[in-house]
Design a protein around this ligand. Structure first.
Ligand code: C2E
Ligand code: CA
Ligand code: CA
Length: 612
């Protein structure tokens, strides 16, 4: 539609349906599905000055139309074209609002002009004015898109104005209808969030692919792809982030597909891929590995870094089925096999189920939390002079039936990249606080216990309240608990995280700066926030007796902290020499394998009994 008409478009849908005047005399109604204020509501405002092109070779007739229009209620700017060629030229370059077209032009007929306009893709509303022509001509002209038809003999100023006005309205409505049709088409075949083909279009393409394959003997692969732990992303980071993750994942899927492949979103976190022309399992597997690869790069969404994993079920036409429903159910089944066995992908093969990808630790870990495969060990922090236990550090362990004992260094970073870290940390808080209650009931240990907190949790402004609530529910005091936050996490944290740490400290929970010496914490910050403990990183401790440089670092940390009344704990003490060197340098507290390894609660009780 010409730009001029678009701009001034038109008409008010008064009720829930809009009437479209149709060319063959019947009326066409467009259902205006539950019009929302401002969205589907459609107003017509006629251009203040209508730019009319008058294509007429006869000077007298041109003048007559000019005169009628001048006396009419319309305000028009008239552009004259005495030939068909000139009319077409003006149509292309000036996009008038409406064309008054004579049937007989010196060089062309009106029908020829209309044909050429259709070829040029010009859709300006046209009113035909002519002295000749019977019914047949009218029908031909209408078929070519003419909006109205006025015999010269019946022409007067009102008829002319009515025709122009109603043509402009119709044109605008038709433009609106086309827009609505396009939108409906998009809605029924494409997923709004990702722009990918939706379930409908996918089924259509699958049927089409099968028909083509039957005809020309070609082959293809069908992949069912489902994201793991996506629910956690939604629950913990909100649906806004979830939507952005889906959109980004969709574009990553597309980045590894070819033009002839169809990636679609069936709904939720479920995607499919039709790989056109794939003949062998190894080709489909190579594609699945590319998908896994491209998905494994963490996504940076707003301020979050999100890691998602995908489980893929693969099946091939025709070896795993020749009908759409069978192919789908086989791909789906293979995808569930992948999920169940924690693999990236599984190829459908009723007999062997042989082809499968690597194990997913993330998915596994989520299940581990639900199945209580995690437990805590406790490592004592002691006074190096008196050997008195002053505190315990709680460290998490995971014994997986499939993977064996997995160290925190392996799975904590993974949990930090997915949204699992929150769930994991609160499971740890629960385990540790329950253990503290048990010790108190048994009238055993009463020392504070520290928990390691990931930097990612410090963005949660509810963290202090959640931790305090957990303490109070068990009648424990804030001072019974300590949190260890690494120096690097604090140094790189934003204002919000610093506020959360300050709030924890203000509530009476001890703050310990872990791995101290590796980051760049300013001492001002330590003073401002009321830090209770600094742990010298074991990098400077373990080989202390041999390295002069480490000795001077330990000495200065001990000195500075002393002046601020902050307890200094050296971690990673592995020998008596190291322990002695520490006390000589003024570091009074320590932790390490030389004193005790991290132990389960019952082992710790026995260790304490041996100590006394
Ligand atoms: P970290 O907080 O610095 O914990 C101290 C680590 O040093 C522990 O390893 C501990 O077993 C080990 N260690 C203790 N004494 C010695 C020693 O004398 N020599 C040596 N070489 N190592 C010693 P672990 O338990 O494997 O934990 C590794 C890291 O994983 C921890 O470092 C901490 O950053 C993280 N982590 C452990 N448990 C948790 C947890 O419950 N939550 C979170 N968010 N992170 C945890
Ligand atoms: Ca620690
Ligand atoms: Ca540490």
């Amino acid at each position: 539609m010409a730009e001029a008409v678009k701009r001034n478009c038109p008409l008010r849908a008064q009720m829930n349906s809009i009437r479209l005047a149709s060319v063959d005399g019947r009326s066409l109604y467009v259902q205006n599905a539950s019009p929302q204020q401002g969205e589907n509501e459609f107003r017509y405002s006629r251009p203040k000055v209508i730019r009319l092109l008058l294509a007429e070779d006869d000077d007298v007739d041109r003048e007559r139309v000019q005169r009628l229009l001048a006396r009419s209620r319309l305000s028009c700017e008239i552009i004259e074209a005495p030939s068909g060629k000139q009319a077409l030229e003006i149509m292309r370059n000036e996009a008038p609002d409406c064309l008054l077209l004579d049937y007989h032009l010196g060089d062309m007929t009106g029908i020829e002009v209309l044909n050429q306009m259709a070829q040029d893709g010009v859709a300006t509303p046209v009113i035909m004015i002519t002295g000749v022509g019977g019914e047949e001509l009218v029908v031909t002209a209408m078929r070519l898109g003419v909006y109205d038809y006025l015999p010269k003999s019946l022409l007067n100023k009102d008829k002319l104005s009515d025709a122009i006005e109603s043509s402009l309205e119709q044109a605008a409505l038709q433009w609106r209808l086309i827009e609505m049709q396009k939108k409906l088409e998009r809605m029924s075949f494409y997923d709004e969030l990702t722009g990918l083909p939706n379930r409908n279009l996918f089924f259509d393409r699958l049927e089409q692919e099968i028909l083509n394959a039957e005809r020309d003997g070609s082959r293809f692969a069908l992949l069912m792809m489902d994201l793991n732990l996506f629910k956690e992303v939604n629950d913990q980071l909100g649906h806004g982030v979830g939507d952005k993750v889906l959109a980004e994942i969709a574009s990553r899927f597309c980045s590894v597909a070819r033009k002839s492949d169809t990636i679609s979103r069936l709904g939720g976190d479920e995607f499919t891929c039709l790989l056109h022309g794939v003949e062998s399992v190894s080709c489909a597997v190579a594609f699945a590995e590319k998908v896994v690869d491209v998905i494994s790069t963490p996504l940076a969404i707003d301020d979050n870094v999100v890691q998602v994993e995908v489980s893929i079920g693969i099946c091939l036409y025709p070896s795993h089925g020749t009908e759409a429903s069978l192919l789908l159910s086989n791909a789906d089944h293979a995808m569930y096999q992948a999920k169940k066995s924690f693999r990236d992908y599984v190829v459908h093969d009723a007999a062997r189920q042989k082809e499968s990808g690597r194990i997913h630790v993330g998915l596994h870990l989520n299940r581990a939390l639900d199945h209580k495969e995690l437990y805590m060990v406790y490592q004592p922090k002691i006074n190096l002079m008196t050997h008195e236990v002053i505190a315990l550090e709680a460290l998490v362990r995971w014994r997986s039936p499939e993977l064996g004992l997995v160290g925190p260094a392996q799975f904590i970073p993974l949990a930090e990249r997915s949204a699992l870290i929150t769930k994991l940390t609160f499971a740890i808080v629960d385990m540790v606080l329950d253990q503290m209650v048990a010790w108190r009931l048994q009238k055993q240990l009463r020392v504070p216990v520290s928990i390691n907190i990931s930097a990612r949790l410090l963005d949660d402004t509810n963290l202090p309240a959640k931790i305090l609530d957990n303490l109070h529910r068990r009648n424990l005091q804030a001072a019974d608990l300590m949190v260890e936050v690494t120096e690097t996490a604090l140094a790189s944290s934003n204002e919000l995280a610093k506020r959360v740490v300050a709030e924890l400290a203000a509530a009476g929970i001890g703050i310990s700066i872990d791995d101290f010496g590796t980051g760049f914490t300013s001492f001002k910050y330590i003073r401002d926030i009321d830090i209770s403990e600094i742990k010298i990183d074991r990098l400077f401790v373990t080989d202390l007796s041999e390295k002069e440089r480490d000795a001077s670092i330990v000495r200065s940390i001990a000195l500075l902290s002393d002046s601020m009344a902050v307890r200094v704990v050296a971690e990673g003490i592995e020998s008596q020499e190291c322990q002695s060197a520490l006390t000589r340098l003024g570091c009074m507290y320590g932790q390490g394998y030389h004193i005790a390894h991290p132990m389960r609660a019952d082992e710790l009780t026995r260790w304490l009994q041996r100590l006394h």
